[in-house]
Write a protein that binds this ligand. Structure first.
Ligand code: TNX
Length: 511
């Protein structure tokens, strides 16, 4: 009797496991998935893994715990799947995370997907973090028929790493202020597409957005307004640290910018001695540029800058400090050069490397330093000649604040109208007439004269920021507009799920 009972139990169990092991049928393979950026290598094996609430996420080593939890949170938010996270290795129905591959490129990762197990191995925690985004993008939009709340992930292997080390986005929080939560939301979206640098344009004529304890009026006065006369705002140092940590968990580095000697009206309203012209300027809510300057021959100004750079450097782990330097139309050229040289020394004194807009090529900034090419080919060439690296942000291609066309409700068009195709279909390696070895990376700036909240921000950033994410990730000469466009069509599922207010360009056949 007992034997019979045991036997039948065994057969029921094997029936059950038989049922579970039925392969999942899907009509596409790993090679057909709409991954952005497109991975270096995909080898499909034409089966599928079933992701469901029984799947566990297991991580090897305490430093992967945060990554496991971020994946858990993302799958819960997107698909309502409540996966368990464990540090015990599982051999079936599990996603196993480990730092286990050797690659000098620390963002390299490899994913092996078979019907019962997904193994994600990174060259570092950053590599695992990039691979997690790939897994998130691989989860099928539709549920698997006949299975309880199960989604398919096609089997095969992916080996991937980025071509460019610097793949950035910039947000101007000065022309309009964006709250900590709004910035975090954008950071999350950027992480999904493997952007790894987030440049914050923290100061401009219309507002000073970062607390400086030794110069408190910068924020109480200089942070009080924004374009259009709304109420402005600023980040306390604690809030800035919180943003840095939030981004760091997603393996995104925040690069702070204090723009000078021009774009400094808000600072000079707060402390009128900074402009050296004896006048107290007024708070500025317009959109003009080029009218303000620091007094480049005042020692008080350099003391001020030393304090500002020092306080920010102390809470900013990035090795870089962006000193601005653009459009200083009210500063004489020789004064500009003298100023940039002096401020570069202050930046080095605080153990940071200089990044500045391409105009800094006219000064003698010691390398390693980076000139951010936005408008002037000549400046980019000059920078490269002087041994600076060049960060590519050509306004005609990847300024996210350029309107898509004449109908765009937000944005400007001083550089160009930039439809989605134009943001993607160009060659970053030959765009500036500089040697490839001088290219530091790419960054998509989003200036905020015409945007003021998440809705308007997303309209300009999406989908164009994806073009930059992919151009910087894929190897030189491998990007194809038609191929990208196809994968872009499927992003509407993610955009809609996240409530992203993307521009549904009629040139794209959105799914
Ligand atoms: C030029 S780009 C600027 C910004 C404006 C932007 C608007 C650059 C370095 N300076 O001050 O916000 O155009 O597109």
């Amino acid at each position: 009797m007992k034997t019979l009972y045991l036997l039948s139990l065994v057969s029921i169990l094997s029936l059950m496991s038989c049922k579970q092991e039925q392969p999942i049928e899907i009509g596409y393979s790993l090679a057909d998935t709409a991954l952005i950026p497109k991975p270096l290598e995909i080898n499909p094996t034409h089966k599928a893994f079933g992701l469901n609430s029984e799947t566990t996420i297991s991580y090897k080593g305490a430093d992967l715990k945060t990554q496991a939890e971020l994946l858990q949170g993302a799958l819960k938010d997107a698909f309502g799947l409540n996966l368990m996270v464990t540090d015990q290795k599982d051999s079936s129905n599990s996603i196993n995370l480990a730092v286990e591959i050797e690659d000098t490129n620390l963002e390299a990762y490899r994913i092996d997907i078979n019907p019962s197990l997904i193994e994600l191995k990174g060259a570092s925690v950053a590599g695992v973090s990039r691979g997690i985004q790939t897994i998130r993008q691989l989860v099928s939009v539709e549920l698997v028929l006949g299975r309880e709340n199960t989604r398919a992930i096609p089997t095969g292997t992916i080996s991937d790493k980025p071509a460019m080390e610097y793949r950035g986005a910039m947000l101007d929080v000065a022309r309009h202020f964006f709250s900590v939560d709004e910035v975090k939301r954008y950071i999350d979206q950027l992480a999904y597409y493997k952007i790894n640098k987030f440049h914050m344009h923290l100061t401009d004529d219309q507002g000073w957005r970062i607390e400086i304890k030794s110069w408190p009026k910068l924020t109480t006065v200089g942070g009080s307004t924004e374009v259009g006369g709304e109420s402005g705002g600023f980040y306390t140092q604690e809030e800035f640290k919180d943003l840095v940590a939030y981004a760091a968990d997603r393996h995104i580095e925040i690069i702070p910018e204090v723009d000078m000697p021009g774009h400094t009206n808000a600072a000079s309203v707060s402390y009128p001695q900074l402009n050296g012209n004896g006048k107290t300027p007024e708070l500025y809510e317009g959109m003009e540029v080029g009218f303000s300057t620091f007094d480049t021959h005042s020692e008080k100004v350099y003391q001020f800058i030393d304090d500002v750079v020092g306080e920010i450097a102390a809470i900013s782990p990035s090795p870089y400090f962006h000193l601005g330097g653009d459009e200083s139309h009210s500063t004489k050229k020789e004064d500009f050069i003298y100023f940039i040289n002096r401020v570069s020394k202050i930046v080095s004194k605080h153990d940071k490397k200089v990044i500045g807009w391409d105009e800094i090529a006219h000064a003698d900034v010691p390398s390693p330093a980076v000139a951010q090419y936005w408008a002037s080919n000549e400046n980019a060439s000059l920078a490269a000649e002087k041994g600076l690296k060049v960060l590519l942000s050509p306004a005609k291609k990847i300024y996210l604040d350029m309107q898509y066309d004449t109908q765009s409700p937000y944005g400007l068009h001083w550089a160009a109208y930039v439809p989605v195709k134009d943001a993607y279909d160009w060659d970053p390696y030959s765009y500036a007439s500089i040697d490839e070895s001088a290219i530091f990376g790419m960054e998509a700036p989003l200036w905020s004269e015409t945007i003021f909240d998440t809705q308007s921000l997303e309209y300009l950033a999406f989908p164009r920021v994806l073009a930059v994410a992919e151009l910087a990730w894929m190897p030189k000469g491998t990007t194809l507009w038609d191929d990208f466009k196809k994968r872009l069509e499927a992003q509407s599922h993610y955009f809609k799920r996240e409530g992203i207010n993307y521009y549904a360009s009629p040139d794209i056949n959105w799914e």
